[in-house]
Design a protein around this ligand. Structure first.
Ligand SMILES: [Zn+2]
Length: 434
């Protein structure tokens, strides 16, 4: 396994001390350059960088919401009032997919872009891929920040083979002929490929791929789902995660698979909050909450306490790979979280529990809430897809329902559906249908 870089193994306390200095400088920069944060912090009673103090006091500052940034965009400033750099300083502008309307823009200076690629290279490098190896990628980056993640592969000294999304034939041919050691794709696509190749008699387990790097959606860290991918690919599966507005790939998992290390250490500061109250949650081993990130060295459009909407579980125990600092495992999107009689339910957690019933089930699930919004009255309808050739069996449905109640403390109404009836995705899976 490739040795962890010196920066990645330095004592976390040293890193935090450095980050404290970076944070204070970042705050001074925001007060000087950011109309958005000057106004927002003044409204919170913080009139200067000195008033705000250091990293230890970051939980006292207000959170930043994506919607809030969106509201400050104007035709004259399409980036929003958090833009701190001159247009002439920008070297790259990415767009987000704009799930709620028009896309938002993510501007970067040359330094920002370089930091993004450095953090990304560390995050992907954590998986164990090494210089001289080949990696096949399946992202259609286009206008999206994922393009900068692809730059990380060059930085790592890998031979990058982009094949894009939506052409499984081309992907399988590239694996067959170019013999990459690694593949990077969404967990949904990785699962789809296991089925696709099995149906066509292609031996994915016998292929050259020994590392599958999954990113783009939660799932790669779910034990059952991961086991299924590893068995299907005959490869080690590790995950990586980024947040478009903050950095393309910030976290990456090592071969010990104990949560994703912060590859972007030194560039961002991570916190946890309760998504309902916004209150800070200590970043302790086993704690869970919404991930909140603060830029430490950003120039174009730095963000302070940005709500990522990713719900994560924290790990702080030492990792055998030697990398220090916090690790996270993403449980799901805060937006996908349902509240069944006061209990938080993540569709990805439902999928993980249902996965325990393999090989009787395919592993595909669809949660079908009856009411709009997060609050649901029990029982919550869950469609569970059977394995190929399996027939509907009411005892199995009851066993899944009981296991969901035991593991996740909510009442489900489990409906078994035939193999192939839930949609497969070459990109990201939808686990909720309203
Ligand atoms: Zn590790």
């Amino acid at each position: 396994m490739a040795a962890a870089h010196e920066i990645e193994t330095r004592p976390w306390a040293e890193q935090l001390a450095d980050d404290d200095g970076s944070y204070r400088a970042q705050l001074a920069y925001l007060f000087e350059r950011s109309p958005f944060y000057r106004g927002k912090l003044a409204a919170a009673g913080v009139g200067s960088a000195g008033d705000a103090g250091g990293l230890a006091r970051v939980p006292d500052l207000p959170l930043t919401d994506k919607e809030e940034l969106r509201r400050t965009r104007t035709p004259r400033n399409p980036f929003g009032a958090h833009l701190c750099a001159e247009r002439s300083e920008l070297v790259r502008v990415y767009s987000t997919s704009g799930t709620t309307g028009t896309p938002s823009y993510i501007p970067l200076t040359a330094g920002d872009l370089d930091n993004w690629v450095t953090g990304s290279a560390r995050s992907y490098g954590t998986s164990g891929v090494a210089a001289g190896e080949r990696i096949v990628s399946t992202y259609n980056a286009g206008p999206f920040a994922a393009g900068a993640a692809l730059d990380a592969f060059d930085r790592l000294g890998l031979c990058h083979i982009p094949v894009g999304t939506g052409n499984t034939e081309r992907l399988v041919r590239a694996i067959e002929l170019l013999e990459p050691e690694a593949a990077v794709l969404t967990p949904s696509y990785a699962a789809h490929l296991v089925e696709w190749t099995a149906e066509r008699g292609f031996d994915l387990r016998g292929s050259s791929v020994v590392r599958v790097l999954v990113a783009g959606e939660p799932g790669g860290g779910e034990a059952g789902f991961r086991a299924k991918l590893e068995a299907g690919w005959g490869a080690r599966v590790t995950e990586a995660m980024g947040v478009g507005d903050i950095g393309v790939s910030l976290w990456g998992e090592c071969e010990h698979q104990e949560g994703m290390h912060l590859g972007a250490r030194g560039f961002v500061h991570a916190e946890l909050i309760d998504p309902d109250t916004g209150g800070a949650i200590p970043f302790d081993d086993g704690a869970s909450g919404e991930l909140v990130l603060t830029h430490l060295h950003h120039r174009a459009a730095p963000l302070l306490r940005f709500r990522t909407r990713d719900h994560v579980e924290a790990r702080t125990s030492p990792c055998p790979c030697g990398r220090t600092g916090p690790r996270v495992r993403c449980i799901g999107r805060t937006d996908d979280m349902l509240l069944v009689r006061g209990v938080n339910v993540f569709p990805s957690a439902v999928r993980e529990v249902v996965g325990e019933f393999a090989p009787r089930v395919s592993g595909n699930v669809l949660v079908r809430p009856r009411a709009p919004g997060p609050k649901q009255d029990p029982p919550l309808p869950v469609s569970v897809e059977l394995a190929r050739g399996a027939s509907v069996d009411s005892e199995l449905a009851d066993a899944i329902r009981d296991r969901l109640r035991e593991a996740l403390a909510f009442q489900a109404e489990v409906k078994l559906v035939p193999w192939g009836s839930l949609t497969r995705s070459e990109y990201k899976s939808r686990l909720v249908e309203r």
